[in-house]
Design a protein around this ligand. Structure first.
Ligand code: NAD
Ligand code: ZN
Length: 343
């Protein structure tokens, strides 16, 4: 059930940097999970894809057979759900990379910082071969996560007001989702005001920097919106922002969606009355998209010009200069840097 993929483009996402810095015992390993490529060859049992197919690798899979895959309400596949500690293939517990006879481990089943990689077929989404891989490769992680958080989970009604906490790649995609859904006010909340100008291109109409106010940001947002926003999407990973994102939604109908990955010791604390007053709190993994079933349709949104992907791509470097992509991310510059494998 494995495929060998020739990676043509990959990009750097925070998860790669996080696990690189964490220096886990799984070492040496090849990072990279946001990418686009072409199937080179397929192993026994693979019937869904064939050599030449264009694919997006995904860090979490869809086996299509487990209770999660069979449920229309879940994308958390039992077999292929993200596992950041596993550095080997699930079939035989071995790695497909080696150097001088010693294994080099995989990362989240993708390892796309490589000209060729081997993946479980359940972790590749076959997409329209007309779609330019140097653009749609960014849809294989962060952008789809933010977009889906709004479109699939928060589901803002037309004309509604949406607050987006955190204006990194994921938050900007969440704002774009609110724009596509027809929200009329999109309020960007970030501690870093240098994010605001860029966020206008993604539909943000107003901005709040919590540092500019003495009052809690929940209160500022309630004052701006006559009692609270209709929807909020948290894309920071910061526990305070998660609580604020919940408490700033309107009673009666407000829905808050958490996307950020919190610190391991974080605890969410709020008064239960906030729930009794009919506010809803939700969380989402990968924008609640099923990787193989739904990602091809996200690519089609781009093909139909309903989703603009180019504006997320601010830099591009050849593979030999991949460290420049790490430097850009460390400095918080731009949104996505495409790494070209061939030139
Ligand atoms: P990023 O670091 O580029 O952006 C985060 C932004 O949040 C920054 O602009 C920062 O200034 C802002 N911020 C931090 N603390 C804040 C606070 N208290 N209030 C307001 N703004 C604050 O990150 P990103 O790549 O956009 O990812 C965002 C989050 O989404 C991360 O936690 C990431 O791990 C998570 N993520 C989740 C999934 C999922 O499936 N749930 C998938 C991908 C990424
Ligand atoms: Zn499954």
């Amino acid at each position: 059930m494995e495929v060998r993929v020739k990676i043509l483009y990959t990009s750097l996402c925070h998860t790669d940097v996080y696990f690189w810095e964490a220096k886990t015992p799984v070492f040496p390993r090849i990072f990279g999970h946001e990418a686009g490529g072409i199937i080179g060859s397929v192993g026994e049992g693979v019937t869904d894809v064939a050599p030449g197919d264009h694919v997006l690798p995904v860090f979490t899979g869809e086996c299509k057979e487990c209770p999660h895959c069979k449920s229309a309400e879940s994308n958390m596949c039992d077999l292929l759900r993200i596992n950041t500690d596993r550095g080997v293939m699930i079939g035989d517990g071995k790695s497909r990379f080696s150097i001088n006879g010693k294994p080099i481990y995989h990362f989240v089943g993708t390892s796309t910082f490589s000209e060729y990689t081997v993946m479980h077929v359940g972790c590749v989404a076959k997409i329209n071969p007309e779609a330019p891989l140097d653009k749609v490769c960014v849809l294989s992680c962060g952008i789809s996560t933010g977009l889906g958080a709004t479109i699939n989970v928060a589901k803002p009604p037309k004309g509604s007001t949406v607050a987006i906490f955190g204006l990194g790649a994921v938050g900007l995609a969440a704002a774009e989702g609110a724009k596509i859904a027809g929200a009329s006010r999109i309020i960007g909340v970030d501690l870093n005001p240098s994010r605001f100008e860029e966020a206008r291109k993604f539909g943000c109409t107003e901005f709040v920097n919590p540092k500019d106010h003495k009052k809690p940001v929940q209160q500022i947002l309630a004052e701006m919106t006559n009692g609270g926003v209709d929807r909020s999407v948290e894309c920071t990973g910061n526990i305070n922002a998660m609580i604020q994102a919940f408490e700033c939604v309107h009673d009666g109908w407000g829905v808050a969606v958490l996307v950020g990955v919190p610190h391991k010791d974080a605890e969410f604390k709020t008064h239960p009355m906030n729930f009794l007053n009919e506010r809803t709190l939700k969380g989402t993994f990968f924008g609640s998209y099923k990787p193989r079933t739904d990602l091809p349709n996200v690519v089609e949104l781009y093909m139909k010009k309903e989703l603009e992907v180019e504006k997320f791509i601010t830099h591009s470097v050849p593979f030999a200069e991949i460290n420049k992509a790490f430097d850009l991310m460390a400095k918080g510059e731009g949104i996505r840097c495409i790494i070209r494998m061939e030139n």
